[in-house]
Write a protein that binds this ligand. Structure first.
Ligand code: NAI
Length: 334
């Protein structure tokens, strides 16, 4: 039976890179049925809502989605489509995977870091308020229950992927109650997983450590804001934002997406890197139990990067999206 997957084509470079990824997924021979759903700028223009209820309903029905990036525009009273999507689907964990593949120019060959970002609470919970014309306050929201959920997800992910160690990052010395509760609650769950080594590191020291010796880090579990920042940082360490990939997870639903945003300056040019979206597609294949096809896609993309002849500008090449897609499909089928 065909796997039914909701597809969000997104904004900016989104439609181009997601179309490339779908061609690669189809080339694996796994049977799919794409269920296109509307979100982002086009949905807002058409329906006055960047994440319409119909879209949420279809993603929940399918239980799985491949999502291109959405512009985080600010409209009056609107929280931004990515946050709205996470909130409406109850997505509590984001996986951001950064690996420096052979052939990528990077200061740090061998980087292979997974950041697990808490995505429901923290400083992005959206609890902000204007206090008079010249001041504003925002809340940092943390609950034991949510941290337990995201930590359990991280531990299970580590087990499934054969990872050995998780480092919890925080600023519990300064934010004693909020980050303190995050650390404590995460450690409570970590104790249930003696096979996964768990330590913790202050967020500022982690920034230093990531640049000084990123090979020492395996998986990072981070509150919402730090996780957002470190996801891009580790993608840079691995060589390009264009190849970072991951997924967002909630109760009975998974939404896979690349780490990068809509890259407006490349929209419509055909020269953005589609590989982050292809790797996200490989992760989707693993999630639906098609792990052989998932590994094949990863290996095919990695081979194209290693050969270096058909890569986009961010990886030092001159190829366009169509050429990269053909090269990946050739690797898959030969
Ligand atoms: P961005 O990731 O779109 O771009 C950052 C830099 O990386 C730019 O120089 C861009 O041209 C380059 N870049 C990004 N993806 C690339 C690719 N696939 N190939 C080659 N180069 C690539 O981040 P930025 O500029 O901060 O955000 C642009 C928009 O995207 C904003 O509205 C932002 O909120 C949104 N965004 C959405 C995300 C999502 O939907 N998950 C994630 C990050 C940003």
């Amino acid at each position: 039976m065909a796997h039914r997957v909701a597809i969000i084509q997104g904004d900016g470079i989104g439609p181009e890179v997601v179309t490339a990824a779908l061609k690669v997924l189809e080339a694996t021979g796994v049977a799919f049925e794409w269920d296109y759903v509307l979100a982002g700028e086009k949905a807002f223009e058409k329906m006055g809502d960047a994440v319409p209820d119909e879209t949420i309903k279809k993603i929940k029905e399918n239980g799985i989605a491949l999502k291109a990036p959405l512009t985080n525009f600010v409209a009056k009273g609107y929280p931004g489509p990515n946050r709205a999507l996470r909130r409406k689907l109850g997505l509590y964990a984001a996986v951001k995977w950064a690996k420096s593949y052979d052939g990528v120019q990077t200061l740090y060959p061998g980087v292979d870091i997974v950041v697990i970002r808490e995505t429901k609470e923290g400083g992005y919970a959206g609890a902000e308020q204007q206090v008079g014309p010249d001041a504003a306050v925002g809340l940092n929201f943390v609950t034991r229950r949510n941290v337990h959920e995201v930590t359990r997800f991280a531990m299970e992910f580590a087990r499934r992927m054969g990872r050995k160690k998780i480092t919890i990052t925080h600023k519990a010395n300064a934010l004693k109650l909020t980050d303190g509760l995050f650390l404590l609650s995460a450690q409570e769950i970590a104790e249930e997983y003696p096979d996964i080594e768990c330590d913790n590191m202050m967020v500022d020291h982690m920034a230093y450590q990531l640049v000084k010796d990123p090979l020492k880090l395996d998986m990072v579990l981070a509150p919402n804001v730090y996780g957002d920042i470190f996801a891009d940082l580790v993608a840079g360490l691995a060589g390009s934002l264009g190849i970072g990939y991951g997924g967002n997870f909630g109760p009975d639903v998974a939404v896979f997406e690349a780490v990068h945003g809509t890259a407006p300056k490349y929209a419509g040019t055909g020269i953005a890197n589609p590989m982050g979206m292809m790797f996200s597609g490989a992760m989707l294949l693993n999630y639906i139990g098609e792990s052989e096809a998932g590994e094949a896609v990863k290996n095919a993309v990695a081979a194209v990067i290693r050969k270096g002849e058909t890569v986009t500008k961010d990886l030092g090449g001159k190829a366009n999206i169509a050429q990269v897609t053909d090269a990946v499909i050739w690797e898959l089928q030969n």
